[in-house]
Design a protein around this ligand. Structure first.
Ligand code: ZN
Length: 243
């Protein structure tokens, strides 16, 4: 789905642990760079290629992958892409880097609810999932930090948004006034929501409010969520209301 000139949301079907859904990686490009924000699961390569074909951007031109955070549906597809293309740079926040690189166990695997769900799967499926986690790690080439402005595609600002994971980041693409929020925000019944607010304690709530306040300093037309797609109904006002 085209958002503005040279920025598209890719619609990628996802199936994991018996649940089917759609995920929405973002593609941003100019004459010098083609950037993919989040890369889906392992074996999503064909769908990513198809979606890029539709957008009219050659897959071979990807030179940068920015990762919003460590979760498998965001990093799992990177190795397939890196295997086919040389000289791809992977960018992520320092607080998620050790998990993405496999030096620390991905946080979901320490979550007992999540592990209960995995352990309840039929044996073959269970081993497949664990194997997928095992093989998802990928080298982070560039560490991003809060407030940094990347000189890609007219400027992309990095906003550190800890909560969903310690090193979760959102990205603001200045030319299209698009805020790519990964899993920090989502859409529920056509409304913009903060992911998992019910589970937040007082301290975490304050952290979330702090980064929401950074969002309202920006002029946001499009909010691109990874699991809900595009939200563009009076976004600045809706973000204020979340606070
Ligand atoms: Zn996710």
């Amino acid at each position: 789905m085209k958002i503005a000139d040279k920025i598209e949301i890719l619609e990628i079907p996802m199936k994991i642990m018996g649940t089917e859904s759609t995920i929405y990686p973002t593609l941003i490009w100019d004459d010098n760079n083609v950037i993919l924000v989040d890369a889906g699961l392992p074996n999503n390569l064909k769908e990513i290629k198809n979606a890029m074909d539709k957008a009219g951007v050659p897959f071979e031109k990807i030179d940068t992958i920015i990762v919003t955070h460590q979760d498998i549906d965001h990093i799992g597809g990177i190795n397939d892409i890196v295997e086919e293309l040389n000289d791809i740079k992977v960018l992520a926040h320092g607080d998620d880097k050790p998990y993405i690189q496999g030096e620390k166990k991905i946080l979901r695997l320490n979550n007992s609810n999540f592990m209960d769900r995995i352990n309840a799967l039929p044996e073959e499926e269970r081993l497949k999932i664990l194997d997928m986690f095992e093989n998802a790690s990928v080298k982070v080439d560039v560490v991003l930090s809060n407030g940094e402005e990347l000189a890609y595609c007219g400027g992309i600002i990095v906003i550190h948004t800890p909560g969903h994971t310690p090193g979760h980041i959102c990205l603001y693409h200045e030319e299209s006034k698009s805020l790519i929020v990964g899993d920090a925000l989502n859409i529920d019944e056509e409304q913009l929501i903060v992911t998992n607010t019910q589970a937040l304690n007082e301290k975490e709530r304050k952290i979330v409010i702090n980064w929401l306040k950074k969002f309202i300093e920006l002029d946001v037309e499009n909010v691109i969520t990874y699991h809900g797609g595009l939200f563009n109904d009076n976004s600045n006002q809706k973000i204020k209301e979340l606070i």
